[in-house]
Design a protein around this ligand. Sequence first.
Ligand code: RB5
Length: 152
Amino acid sequence: MKIGIAADHGGFELKKSIYLFLKENGYEVIDFGAFELDNQDDYPDFVIPLAEAVAQKKVDRGIAICGSGVGASIAANKIVGVKAALINDYFSSHQGVEDDNMNLICFGGRVTGFAAAEEYTQSFLKAEFSGAERHKRRLKKVEALETKSDVS
Ligand code: RB5
């Protein structure tokens, strides 16, 4: 499984920790930056290329980290084909995949501790979409918005 990871300065340390965790667990990891700590950098510069790679299936799943995880999730969800969510608990880390087909998980580097983030990451990566009809039906309604131009 090929995993993409990205973070701004707010997620820089957590990204380093998750990167090592993924490598130790045998995942192929593509790092979209940031590659050095710059307190002035902007999360969209790292999160959008990662989200595009997820949408284009250049990576199987993505992990995006900023200070809170909020900006990362907002940015990632602008890319058609990405289903991103900010995760702060174990249940949602796998249920988000099983029910909602989440393909990009977001963390807050200033919120979630390293050990908890590892557990959520592992749970996210091991989970699969259930394919249940009711979930497909709900996702279809969400995905219909991706081609709708009238936002009024
Ligand atoms: C940057 O200071 C911070 O705003 C950013 O990392 C993130 O938390 C945005 O949601």
